[in-house]
Design a protein around this ligand. Structure first.
Ligand code: ADP
Ligand code: ZN
Ligand code: ZN
Length: 807
């Protein structure tokens, strides 16, 4: 037997059962499969792609099936990344197979399955049976479902426990026919493309297949252009339907490419003394090749990026590679071009806007050592950089580092674990460090480096609070803009300076209510009010994207007195047009930014002074460096403060500080006007004073008192089901099972989640605070085993460790 030839391999698969599965290796694969390689294996009736964890000769007690095919001749994950995957699976209590799938941008999926449809005889039988049978009859249920459209076997099995048996008998009777379908997709091979779709004309009357009708309906309700791939999740079969509609000239398809646009080329600066003082310890740590974590706390405009770039230089000089993580929205082509201009083709960019192919290309280049500097968003933390010496996490407090689906990891925290194993250095940078990170300085886990002043001693902007309650008392008018803000905007328009206006809520009116009966129009599938979007003339759910037409009468009492209440960014823009008819105004929010490039186009236009005023949501607050902005206005600082979330104050502080930091970054000083009805709230007061230290101490005290992070480890156990009684029962069962809480653990709930119904599911949650990580992990494991044991639906239990939102 040749060396390295084994009879079995253990494979991790993306399934809820968190254990490896053993397969036998046929002769042809025996000496080729290695740990870290992807293989295709049978799993039940399906084929799945998994990652090999181990090859061995320990014959298992049960019969094994043969692995089918080897995808990679060389491992795609090395030992270091496999170990990181194990750590994530353990810490976040997520199945290893799901973690591995997230780590590989190359995950290919092979689905093969059966699709059933009714024969004419079946249709007759269906109509007959529907008259006779009761609602519980499984045969009638299957027929009823198939009467509408063909369905896959896996869907039927999910919906009906006895579907398999029923189907076999229906097949024998000739009532249904089966078709075998097989789709195989591997981004490493298949050429996939990024297409944008937009409605060209309203379809003429006529018969269209269902998928096409649904797609047109969706596009009518959601005007603008959409990424076709993203649409798949909203409308099933939209890809094929889109192509057919394009041929009929009902929609247009355009290729989206995220080529490197030319942005402002960054001139290289010699570090100023403060930057140098921050850089020196980073430099020595990199040279010593030891794991260290630095927290670079630098006020907005203090030149953090220049420090990162120098640290990357030092890393490359030691022959090691570097990784820079940035928040999702910050990774623009302009930002990428700065890196290209500094490091040339040693740079790889990993961006979610890339096609699978482009991403796979970049990934392979990194893997082969072709690039030693990687810039990426959250999942970039898994880039297979050789000989990693440095990870920089820019805007470390940013929420987009947390993945809000399984595995629910935080990219920043994973970066630290990865660096530790690699003996690399970490630099976390922010003007508003998260409480957790800042507290780790006190616990001597991180080293604090500070840039307390702006570049070239430019002054920090002056911030004024405007009490909107007083404004109302004096003017007797409920207005969007205070007199002071209007006056300040007018002055800027006269002098040709630019203005940014923040309102962190998109849409026109945040809710629609009936004046007669008080009814607020809610989403069909969520317990949240719908937002009015005027340009589209639709009501839209911001949680699930459900849209409907604006009703002309109240759906409850038929009254015609429908009121549009609450302020959104779209309305701010409109009111500005009215106040300043000659001003050129642009808006930046998720409604105007439909493609990833549009964000950059709008910003670039503003940078080039094609607009006087930029209105937007938090999107305008992040990292932009536009020297001509001398006024930042916050239309309402209060949105977000009322959120039922212990991080509400921290988030408000961060947002206000960040947006204030956009003012006065050039030669002209800046001012910030903050409108609020809570001028005494500490988050608003201290953001106005731009006093991070004071906020940190106050907030830390509150957290200590309440045993919130960083003084406890927290987790959220979310239980969900389409039926309210099920969600309630399951969460009660789980609550009972977990109580009495073990030592060092406090369990709150089960209680209704702050959004009790979302995407047609009812939700209850158990919040857990633990004084010990080990105890918490142990408890979560028990919860997960309980759900598996009781055969809960795979999606019924969500485990969120270190949750960032509790909605
Ligand atoms: P931050 O990320 O801390 O908000 P940036 O890194 O964007 O700040 O730097 C702000 C501005 O200062 C940028 O335009 C940058 O080119 C410039 N800059 C950075 N370092 C220096 C320096 N040492 N001398 C002069 N200008 C600098
Ligand atoms: Zn009504
Ligand atoms: Zn909804």
């Amino acid at each position: 037997m040749p060396e390295g030839s084994f009879h079995y391999c253990d494979v991790s698969l993306p399934v809820p059962l968190d254990r490896p599965f053993t397969y036998s290796l046929p002769e042809t694969l025996r000496h080729r499969v290695k740990p870290g390689c992807r293989v295709i294996v049978p799993f039940g009736p399906r084929k799945m792609t998994g990652v090999t964890l181990r090859c061995h000769d320990d014959a298992p007690d049960v019969a094994t099936r043969d692995a089918l095919r080897l995808i990679d001749s060389e491992p795609v994950l090395d030992d270091e990344l496999l170990a990181l995957a194990r750590w994530i699976a353990n810490y976040y209590c997520a199945p290893l197979g799901e973690v591995l799938r997230t780590m590989l941008p190359l995950a290919n999926e092979i689905r093969s399955g059966k699709v059933y449809s009714l024969t004419p005889a079946g249709l007759d039988a269906a109509r007959q049976l529907l008259l006779d049978a009761g609602p519980e009859d499984p045969v009638a249920s299957v027929l009823r479902m198939l009467e509408k459209h063909p369905l896959s076997a896996s869907y039927l099995a999910k919906k009906l426990p006895l579907a398999d048996k029923v189907i076999r008998s229906l097949e024998r009777k000739g009532f249904i026919v089966v078709e075998h379908v097989r789709t195989e997709r591997d981004p490493l091979r298949a050429a996939s493309e990024n297409l944008r779709i937009e409605l060209e004309s309203e379809p003429i009357e006529g018969r269209f297949p269902k998928a096409e009708r649904e797609l047109v309906a969706f596009l009518t309700l959601h005007p603008g252009s959409h990424n076709l791939k993203d649409l798949e999740t909203q409308v099933r079969g939209s890809s094929a339907a889109a192509r057919s509609l394009a041929r009929k000239r009902i929609v247009t398809l355009t290729r989206e490419s995220v080529a490197q646009a030319s942005g402002p080329v960054r001139t290289r600066h010699a570090l100023n003394p403060a930057q140098q003082a921050a850089f020196d310890p980073i430099h020595s740590a990199i040279e010593s090749k030891q794991f260290r974590t630095f927290l670079l706390h630098g006020v907005t405009g203090s030149g953090k990026t220049e420090v990162y770039l120098n640290a990357i230089d030092s890393t490359l000089a030691t022959g090691r590679g570097a990784l820079l993580l940035v928040p999702e929205i910050a990774l623009t082509p302009a930002m990428a071009s700065q890196f290209f201009s500094r490091f040339g083709d040693r740079v790889s960019i990993l961006h979610s806007a890339f096609t699978d192919n482009e991403r796979a290309d970049q990934w392979r280049r990194i893997r082969s050592g072709g690039s030693s500097v990687v810039v990426g968003t959250r999942s970039g933390v898994f880039a297979p950089v050789h000989n990693l010496g440095l990870i920089v996490v820019d805007e470390e407090h940013d929420q987009s580092y947390k993945q809000e689906e399984t595995p629910r990891y935080n990219g920043r925290d994973v970066a630290i674990v990865r660096a530790q194993a690699a003996g690399a250095c970490v630099v976390l940078g922010s003007a508003t460090p998260s409480l957790e990170s800042r507290y780790n300085v006190e616990r001597a886990k991180y080293t604090l480096l500070e840039l307390p002043e702006r570049i070239e001693r430019r002054p920090m902007p002056t911030v004024e609070l405007i009490d909107m309650r007083e404004e109302f008392l004096e003017t007797r008018k409920q207005s969007t803009f205070s007199r002071r803000l209007l006056e300040a905007i007018g002055q800027r328009l006269d002098t040709g300076e630019q203005v940014m206006l923040l309102l962190n809520r998109r849409g026109f009116s945040s809710f629609v209510a009936c004046r007669a009966c008080g009814e607020r129009i809610q989403c069909r599938d969520c317990s949240v009010t719908l937002t009015y979007h005027r340009r589209d003339r639709r009501l839209l759910c911001h949680y699930c994207n459900y849209a409907e037409r604006v009703p002309s009468v109240c759906p409850k009492c038929r009254s015609e007195h429908i009121n549009f209440l609450g302020l959104g960014s779209e309305k701010v823009e409109e009111e500005l047009h009215r106040e300043f008819p000659r001003a050129r105004i642009a808006r930046l929010d998720r409604d105007t930014v439909t493609g990833k490039r549009q964000y950059e186009v709008i910003l670039q236009g503003f940078r080039e002074r094609n607009f006087d005023i930029l209105v937007g949501t938090q999107m305008i607050a992040k990292g932009h460096d536009i020297p001509n902005v001398t006024l930042v206005g916050v239309v309402s600082a209060d949105i977000g403060l009322g959120m039922p979330d212990f991080r509400a104050a921290e988030r408000t502080f961060q947002l206000l500080t960040q947006v204030a930091g956009r003012a006065g970054r050039g030669d002209l000083p800046g001012i910030v006007l903050v409108q609020t009805i809570n001028p005494d709230h500490y988050a608003i007061r201290m953001a106005a004073a731009q006093d991070y230290q004071a906020f940190y101490e106050k907030e830390l005290n509150f957290r200590r008192m309440m045993h919130y992070p960083p003084f406890s480890a927290m987790a959220n156990l979310l239980v969900r089901s389409e039926k309210q009684e099920d969600a309630l029962r399951l969460s009660t069962d789980l609550g009972r099972f977990l109580t009495p809480a073990p030592e060092k653990i406090k369990i709150m709930g089960p209680a209704e989640a702050p959004v009790p119904r979302l995407k047609n599911e009812f939700r209850y949650q158990l919040l857990i605070k633990a004084a010990s990580r080990v105890a918490l992990n142990d408890l979560l494991r028990r919860a997960r085993d309980f759900a598996l044991d009781k055969k809960w639906n795979a999606t019924a239990l969500v485990i969120d460790v270190d949750p960032l939102t509790l909605m």
